[in-house]
Ligand binder design. Structure first.
Ligand code: ADP
Ligand code: MG
Ligand code: MG
Length: 211
């Protein structure tokens, strides 16, 4: 069975709760190699999205994802707002306009296009110690899982797992983009906050797809 609009709504709601719960952790990570606002920025942004979505009648997954991107662009400042906003707008665009249910291929394309959008908007590559280091393996592993016949929920689980190990992998990287790049090699030994928040967002996508 495919994933419907309600899945996107559950996903955003679960993300909003996860980011609120993990605000101290994200603040701590961003305090070490950034300016300490990542947790606050994101929790506020996704709460705004959650509120907006519950005030609208959203008919398709594409519409829900597009609204998410628009609100993130409008309400989250700093580096992460435009990057996450772009990711959700590109994910929306990856889905056929009137589709009511998303299959494994749609889900993988959402992640591939989101990762491409972040790479473009951020001017970053895998290995630069950014959120792309979570999005990129998520997208790549999702596409590989589709090729092996995985269902939509399974594709999301595989993507979430890849995002988490990608985020953990930023520990040993030297930051080449964003605020953390000011520290250069001194950023080694600390995880990238955006990669960790991406792992949380994609984990919420996966858990919202089952049960
Ligand atoms: P700011 O650094 O403006 O305070 P945030 O704290 O909200 O923004 O977000 C920081 C995160 O944004 C970083 O941990 C990193 O994952 C991501 N980021 C920053 N610059 C870039 C970039 N050029 N490309 C991709 N991701 C980036
Ligand atoms: Mg910051
Ligand atoms: Mg900032």
């Amino acid at each position: 069975m495919g994933l419907r609009t309600e899945w996107v709504l559950r996903w955003i709601d679960a993300t909003s709760r996860a980011l609120e719960d993990n605000k101290p952790l994200l603040t701590e990570l961003d305090s070490v190699i950034g300016d300490g606002d990542h947790g606050e920025n994101l929790a506020r942004g996704f709460a705004a999205v959650d509120q907006k979505l519950s005030s609208l009648i959203v008919e398709t997954p594409r519409q829900a994802l597009r609204t998410t991107g628009v609100i993130l662009l409008a309400s989250v400042g700093g580096a992460a707002g435009p990057l996450y906003g772009t990711a959700f707008l590109r994910a929306a665009k990856a889905i056929p306009k009137d589709a009511l249910e998303l299959g494994p291929q749609d889900v993988a394309m959402m992640l591939v296009k989101a990762a491409e959008g972040i790479a473009e908007r951020g001017g970053c590559q895998p290995g630069d110690k950014t959120m792309l280091d979570a999005w990129y393996p998520a997208a790549t592993n999702a596409a590989a899982a589709v090729a092996k016949g995985a269902g939509a929920a399974e594709v999301l689980q595989i993507a979430a797992k890849a995002a988490l190990s990608g985020a953990d992998g930023t520990l040993s990287m030297s930051a080449a983009k964003g605020r953390a790049s000011l520290l250069g090699e001194r950023s080694i030994g600390h995880k990238d906050p955006g990669a960790i928040s991406t792992a949380m967002i994609l984990s919420a996508a996966a858990t919202s797809a089952v049960g």
